[in-house]
Design a protein around this ligand. Structure first.
Ligand SMILES: [Fe+2]
Ligand SMILES: [Fe+2]
Length: 203
């Protein structure tokens, strides 16, 4: 089964800056994603994207929401339509005239699967956060105190242990870090500090 999109342009430049409201995005998330674990993953990535846009890129609130929205919806079709993963949410957002940069970021969150190279900073950060976020969450679930007291060293040990979260591609993680020009320590530290509090919220 191929998920290749066989496209390189997404959305229309006429829709630059168009977003869904937070309520519209959450309704889409809740309608499409029935699996609470996946929903949590999407909310975690959304939070990371938001905080990165705000703290590291110094973007304004509108842009922060564009980054957050890409994170929130990147796996929206994975639960119910895995064989249409990425294609379905992209087409939905195109129909709704969403900002092309947001759609493009979603389309490039798995370059090997979808065949779209991450180009913008938003693309690259979504790709970088995606798998590392999942691996760190898996690690939190096996620790007695979850995220409490988790350190970078512990996470790096799990990354080296190929049997741990074996479905998370180490090659993808390294590829994503190279593209984003970030070190493992930098990105892991950023995620550890923020992701635990997302877990507390009701999904
Ligand atoms: Fe995905
Ligand atoms: Fe994901």
């Amino acid at each position: 089964m191929s998920l290749l999109l066989n496209r390189t342009t997404f959305g229309s430049p006429a829709n630059n800056g168009n977003v869904l409201s937070k309520q519209e995005a959450n309704t889409l998330l809740n309608d499409w994603v029935l699996n609470d674990r996946l929903k949590l993953h999407m909310k975690q990535v959304a939070r990371l994207m938001h905080d990165w846009a705000q703290e590291r890129e110094g973007l304004n609130e509108d842009d922060q929401w564009r980054w957050e929205m890409a994170g929130l919806l990147h796996d929206a079709d994975w639960d119910q339509w895995p064989d249409q993963h990425c294609r379905k949410i992209i087409e939905e957002l195109e129909t709704r005239n969403v900002d092309p940069e947001v759609i493009r970021a979603i389309a490039s969150h798995g370059p090997l699967h979808f065949g779209v190279e991450p180009e913008t900073k938003m693309d690259k950060m979504l790709f970088a956060f995606d798998e590392l976020s999942g691996l760190i969450h898996a690690y939190s679930l096996m620790r007695p105190n979850g995220y409490e007291g988790m350190d970078i060293k512990g996470v790096k040990k799990r990354i080296k242990d190929k049997a741990f979260a074996a479905n998370v591609s180490r090659d993808d993680i390294n590829d994503a870090l190279n593209r984003a020009e970030l070190t493992m320590d930098e990105l892991v530290g950023f995620i550890i500090q923020r992701q635990g509090s997302v877990e507390m919220q009701t999904v």
